[in-house]
Design a protein around this ligand. Structure first.
Ligand code: HEM
Length: 331
């Protein structure tokens, strides 16, 4: 049901842009005003969430660890699963952010011959990587719409992405891979009953929204062959703050752009904020040096003095002996 709601929602968004531009002729609203509002909401919302997290106190070391902590010399220390120095923590973060290392450890529970078994499951890791890297490549390639002249590095990314030289216009591998990634992420939620049970509209909606963006983009490039020069006039108008609505821009472009605007507005308030949050996650970005450094709680009340067991025993020794309690020092 949640998947269906999300699908209806994305369809409704497509219809809003279709009728808004196609029937109500509001290209100005969809092509200039909404993108500005969306970018502003995204930037302010994103910064706000990051500042909120950055200001949250983290008085203790709370890294999640998956390996041996630094201990005695003869016990092998797992440097990247249980980092102890800032350098090791940095490498752990790079591996997490660039390689999704924790997803690589994903396991699945199955009943085999009536017994509960845990098995490695790498598909989530693989398809998540495919999705995220394809998304990144597509965003980098799109930068050609916002730069004049187009930087050489964007041309290089386009060349690599289309290196198979299939078809006219050339097929970008990232277009296929993003659909494969998104298709897997969606179907795993729908197919696995456990996952389906815990999946909400907020899980399906962003997936379906991004699928909508990718499909409308693919339709524009490979099927409708939109007037890219007219679109570039529009996008350059946006970045130079002299917005124009050129003639000949297809309505599918406005649908594509509207879905992107919705994604931008939705982003800071959604689980998609993991993109920024991963950098500030104290379970990941802290070294686990609790056996090396003594951490004092910064919130300790200075008026309350610590009372060691030694001092406690000194204070109550006689009463303890009288009550028959064991003491460390007799007098
Ligand atoms: C979340 C951001 C976006 C995603 C994921 C996305 C995705 C895609 C995809 C998958 C394609 C198919 C062809 C290709 O890969 O180049 C495409 C094409 C296109 N997109 Fe986007 N897009 C995004 C944002 C935008 C924005 C902000 C604009 C313009 C304001 C835009 C304009 C276009 C145009 C004009 C095409 C057709 C390109 C061509 O014919 O070569 N897209 N988009």
């Amino acid at each position: 049901m949640n998947a269906l709601y999300s699908l209806v929602l994305v369809f409704a968004l497509v219809l809003i842009a279709l009728f808004g531009v196609g029937t109500a002729h509001m290209a100005g609203l969809f092509g200039t005003l909404l993108p500005y509002v969306a970018v502003a909401v995204f930037l302010v919302g994103f910064a706000n969430r990051i500042i909120g997290w950055a200001k949250s106190p983290v008085p203790f070391r709370i890294p999640t660890t998956g390996g041996q902590q630094k201990s005695l010399d003869f016990i092998q220390h797992d440097r990247f699963d249980n980092p102890v120095t800032p350098g090791q923590t940095f490498i752990r973060m790079v591996l997490e952010i660039c390689c999704f290392r924790s997803l690589f450890r994903n396991t699945k529970v199955e009943l085999r011959d009536g017994r509960v078994t845990y098995a490695s499951s790498k598909f989530l890791w693989l398809f998540s990587l495919l999705f995220h890297y394809s998304f990144l490549l597509i965003v980098i390639r799109h930068m050609r719409l916002f730069f004049e002249p187009v930087p050489a590095c964007i041309g290089f990314v386009e060349m690599i992405d289309g290196i198979m030289q299939l078809g006219v216009p050339r097929l970008y591998m990232s277009d296929l891979l993003i659909l494969a990634g998104l298709g897997f992420l969606l179907s795993r939620r729908l197919q696995d009953p456990k996952l389906r049970y815990i999946s909400l509209v907020t899980d399906y909606f962003p997936l379906l929204l991004i699928i909508g963006i990718a499909l409308s983009g693919i339709y524009m490039r490979y099927f409708e062959h939109v007037d890219i020069m007219a679109i570039k006039k529009l996008t350059m108008g946006l970045v130079t703050f002299s917005p124009v609505i050129p003639a000949g821009v297809s309505v599918v472009f406005y649908i594509h752009l509207f879905l992107v605007c919705v994604l931008l507005v939705y982003f800071p308030f959604s689980k998609l904020m993991h993109a920024g949050g991963v950098f500030l996650s104290p379970t990941r970005n802290m070294p686990n040096d609790t056996r090396i450094n003594h951490h004092e709680n910064p919130w300790n009340d200075p008026n309350i003095k610590p009372h060691s067991y030694e001092a406690y025993e000194d204070e109550f020794r006689e009463a303890m002996i009288e009550a028959g309690l064991p003491v460390e020092k007799k007098a």
